[in-house]
Design a protein around this ligand. Structure first.
Ligand code: SER
Length: 899
């Protein structure tokens, strides 16, 4: 079976058993601050397991793309990958252990095309040590006793992070035959989970019987229902079914290796080091291609850092394989990945061009410094042969100056038996990076999470698309010590209403502010957030007293909301305009929509040219003046995409989505919807839950204030709309007016006036230079007449009024030419620092060495330096020691000349 058949066989098997097929979610987990990446098939379903959200179905089946940072160092062995596909079936409080075990057995051992056709006698399983139930069920399907092994929590208990759902598990292994190299195999005692892993037992499936929730302090409490979460690594299943030794020999990775063979003119399977390099390049390029497609961009923090780390590691191994080259290769490997996988993941094709351009840019950038860094690292390795340690500062320099991820330094240094002081490196990092460790962002407030859990049954209805004022009832209150029935004057609370017009922060748009007024008190709301699906919390301070079940009227701050709406609708126009002007590779990568401004991050490699920005701003304003209707409707996810709506990175599959369109003529204005849809030209159409203007005309004016780079392949535009845009333009105008006044010109004359000033300045600079030269020459004449004669040689040691080192050099050249045989030492204060220059004519070689002389002289003024025998230059720190230093110069030179 090839991988396509494996995916299809798996999903069909479970679809036939009542499971809904759910598409793979993004590698960037949606709304889960505890995770960097989607690391298992269950990640998108976490809220369903814990009861925080309603699942689309109780039985679901997926093929989920996953990324695990924990396995990076193991990549290259027979089975570990950073990016892999996980086949999984899930039950949300529906079937449990018995069906999970029975079906897994049926699928693995059933005849193709409905099953995988693995021989029953090759399957072994592990279970949690006390799980007699699982034991009996495995016995029940026909597995003999000696192939069921019990293990402690360390092996057979599955946790989704430190905080989250968990439970005992059972793993299924394929026995690939005993290994001569393994002492357990030879003794006939080999079994799964032994160290070292001899490769005999390949784990192909993990069945988790998820029953508990583990809190931050380690306590475990029952989940609202028992769940099933299973995960089977597609690539490992391929190894087992295709009878291969490693994942690299299967049809998943072999075609990618083949491309690397072509590029490198080397053959896979002939030499261990070459094979390892090829495997790492293939795996990392594949993973990077998927990460970039899902919106991750290389950076020095968080997800971006992980991407950069694997990319740089791949580049390092590419150069090992092929040596330095001007041609970039990662983009070519990515092409092979895209060709191989685009039919299963169509996004790869849509984003392919961008992925390749980004990879090639990142590779070129790293190659530039890779070699220099390598020389630097080699010199460290050569000097620290005793300690065999690279200190934190050295590792940091390699990271900061040469772009070496510290893990790469560790890897390369490790091969020469060196250790890296990781703690020292971290210290240097945190000293430099006050921006805060990425980890801080991933901390969650455990108390809050528990309180949200208690209120998860409340499903707040959001009425804010139509209203900004609404009568409703308090359904819950969270105070300083958790869920409460009431709150008193001055309390900081989170209030939950049955219905609310307050927009909770989401899709980049900030949460609404306002006031919620009741019979005995009020809440001044400073922010609104979505705590979990359906649970909207209003954060604010209580005045008077409020209690659960109080009837309230919620008033949104309308001016602030309208200002945010203007920026939100303008963001959609900006997105569409950028795509029209710069190209379809432009995608939104993040946005912030507040009342005062909008910030829009988008994927684009080069900087945006001024004329392109002008075109974008013009186009957006054109659409504003056209006063187009902004309409929205609920649609199924598939319909929305089919209708051309833009889905954003990291968006999660939900059954119903909201589509916001800016189309002409407005579909709503026509009677027949279908007809309207077909004839409307949509300038913009996006999946979006935010609030918008009714018509684009409300935006008023749109002005781009800045455009900059915020990372590799990522640009940022900051812009303003409405009254603030006007204020911005007025401010710019008054700045121009002030400049004009200073230049005694009109605004229109500013440029010409600056050009004139510039050329006047150039002329003046040249004049000053000429004057300085003339002064230098007359100074030289004085020095000549004051030159001392020592043993037939001229000696000039003097303090000179030179403005810079070049002027000193010019003087010494003149002196040398005129004096013939001479020792010349000049000193000058440049800025507030002493500078020295020594020149010795060649006939004095062996008697006076300019480099040695200057070294001793500069030391007196707190400096260092040196140089050649005939010419040397040095700086110092203490200008007050200049004369003393020159006196020493004179003494040394005189002695050396035998005077
Ligand atoms: N969550 C479990 C795993 O990742 C089973 O899907 O192994």
């Amino acid at each position: 079976m090839n991988v396509d058949q494996i995916r299809e066989t798996f999903t069909r098997f479970y679809a036939e058993r009542g499971h809904t097929r759910i598409p793979s979610a993004s590698l960037v987990p949606h709304g889960d601050p505890t995770l960097l990446f989607t690391s298992a098939g269950m990640v998108p379903f976490k809220p369903y397991f814990t009861g925080l959200a309603e699942p689309p179905a109780l039985r679901m089946v997926t093929v989920q793309k996953c990324f695990r940072t924990t396995d990076i160092d193991e990549v290259g062995d027979y089975s570990h990958l950073t990016m892999f596909e996980m086949l999984g079936n899930f039950s949300i409080g529906d079937y449990f252990k018995e069906d999970a075990i029975k079906w897994a057995w049926e699928l693995l051992t059933g005849d193709p095309p409905n099953g995988f056709g693995l021989p029953k006698e090759k399957l072994w399983v592990s279970i949690f040590e006390t799980d007699d139930e699982a034991h009996d069920m495995w016995r029940g399907v026909g597995l003999p006793e000696d192939r069921i092994h019990r293990y402690p929590e360390e092996n057979n208990y599955w946790f989704s992070g430190d905080v989250g759902p968990c439970g005992p598990n059972s793993e299924i292994f394929v026995n690939r035959g005993s290994r001569d190299t393994c002492e357990y195999c030879r003794a006939g005692t080999c079994k799964p989970n032994l160290e070292p892993d001899c490769g005999r037992f390949l784990e192909v499936w993990n069945l988790v019987f998820m029953t508990l929730f583990q809190a931050e302090d380690g306590t475990r409490t029952p989940l609202p229902h028992n769940n099933i979460d299973t995960g089977s690594g597609l690539e490992r299943v391929a190894v087992a079914l295709q009878g291969k030794d490693t994942v690299y020999d299967t049809d998943v990775l072999r075609p990618i290796i083949a491309r690397i063979e072509e590029m490198s003119d080397k053959t896979y399977g002939q030499d261990k080091a070459t094979d390892m390099a090829m495997r790492i390049i293939a795996e990392h390029s594949r993973a990077a291609t998927f990460l970039i497609t899902d919106g991750v961009l290389p950076s020095n923090e968080g997800r971006g850092y992980v991407l950069r780390r694997i990319l740089r590691r791949a580049v390092y191994f590419l150069t090992q394989l092929r040596g330095p080259s001007d041609e970039t290769l990662l983009d070519q490997v990515a092409e092979a990945v895209i060709e191989k996988m685009q039919h299963a993941y169509p996004d790869l094709e849509d984003r392919g061009d961008f992925v390749k351009r980004l990879l090639s840019a990142e590779e070129s950038k790293f190659r530039e410094t890779l070699e220099r860094g390598r020389a630097h690292l080699d010199s460290i390795l050569a000097t620290a042969t005793e300690s065999k340690k690279i200190d934190g500062h050295q590792a940091f320099t390699l990271y900061d100056t040469f772009g070496y991820p510290v893990e790469l330094t560790i890897e390369i240094a490790g091969r020469s038996g060196f250790e890296v002081d990781l703690e020292g490196f971290e210290r240097e990092m945190s000293a430099q990076r006050e921006r805060g460790r990425a980890a801080a962002k991933f901390e969650i407030d455990a108390d809050r999470t528990a309180a949200y859990g208690q209120l998860a049954h409340i499903k707040t209805r959001f009425v804010g698309y139509d209203a900004t004022e609404h009568r409703t009832t308090i359904a819950g209150i969270i105070g300083a010590s958790g869920v409460a029935d009431s709150a008193a004057d001055g309390d900081e609370v989170e209030v939950v209403l049955l219905e609310t017009p307050f927009y909770p922060e989401g899709g980049g748009q900030v949460g609404d502010t306002g006031v919620i007024v009741g019979p005995n008190g009020r809440v001044i709301v400073g922010d609104t957030q979505s705590a979990s699906e359906g649970l909207i919390v209003h954060r604010g301070r209580v005045g008077g007293r409020i209690a659960v079940n109080d009837d309230m009227t919620a008033h949104v701050d309308i001016d602030r909301r309208r200002a945010s709406q203007r920026n939100h609708t303008a963001t959609h126009l900006l997105h569409a305009a950028l795509r029209q002007v710069l190209g379809d590779h432009v995608r939104q990568a993040g946005s912030l929509v507040g009342p005062d401004r909008l910030r829009f991050d988008f994927t684009h490699i080069e900087s945006t040219k001024p004329e392109e920005l002008a075109a974008v701003q013009r186009l957006v304003n054109e659409k504003i003046r056209a006063d187009i209707d902004v309409h929205w409707e609920q649609q199924s996810y598939d319909d929305a995409l089919a209708g051309g709506a833009m889905a954003l990175f990291g968006e999660k599959y939900t059954r119903e989505v909201r589509v916001v369109g800016i189309c002409e003529p407005a579909p709503a204005a026509m009677t027949d919807d279908q007809h309207a849809e077909a004839h409307a030209t949509c300038f913009s159409k996006e999946l979006c839950g935010g609030t918008h203007c009714g018509r684009t005309g409300e935006i008023g004016t749109f002005v781009i204030a800045s455009e900059s780079s915020v990372g590799s392949g990522l640009r940022r535009i900051e812009a303003m709309t409405g009254a603030l845009a006007d204020a911005y333009v007025l401010e710019q105008q008054s700045t121009v007016a002030r400049i004009a006044k200073k230049l005694t010109a009109t605004p229109a004359e500013i440029e010409a006036r600056i050009d004139t000033l510039q050329s006047e300045l150039d002329i003046e600079r040249k004049r000053v230079q000429q004057l300085e030269r003339a002064a230098g020459r007359s100074e030289v004449d004085t020095l000549m007449s004051n030159a001392e004669r020592v043993d037939g040689t001229s000696l000039v040691v003097a303090r000179v009024p030179a403005a810079n080192v070049d002027a000193m050099r010019e003087m010494s050249d003149l002196l040398r030419d005129k004096l013939g045989s001479a020792v010349i030492v000049l000193g000058a204060v440049v800025g507030d620092r002493p500078n020295f220059l020594a020149v010795v004519t060649p006939d004095l070689a062996g008697r006076v060495h300019a480099g040695n002389l200057i070294k001793q002289v500069a030391a007196i003024a707190g400096g260092g330096g040196g140089g050649r025998p005939e010419m040397a230059q040095a700086g110092g720190k203490d200008a007050s020691k200049l004369d003393e230093a020159l006196a020493t110069a004179k003494r040394i030179a005189t002695e050396a000349l035998g005077g």
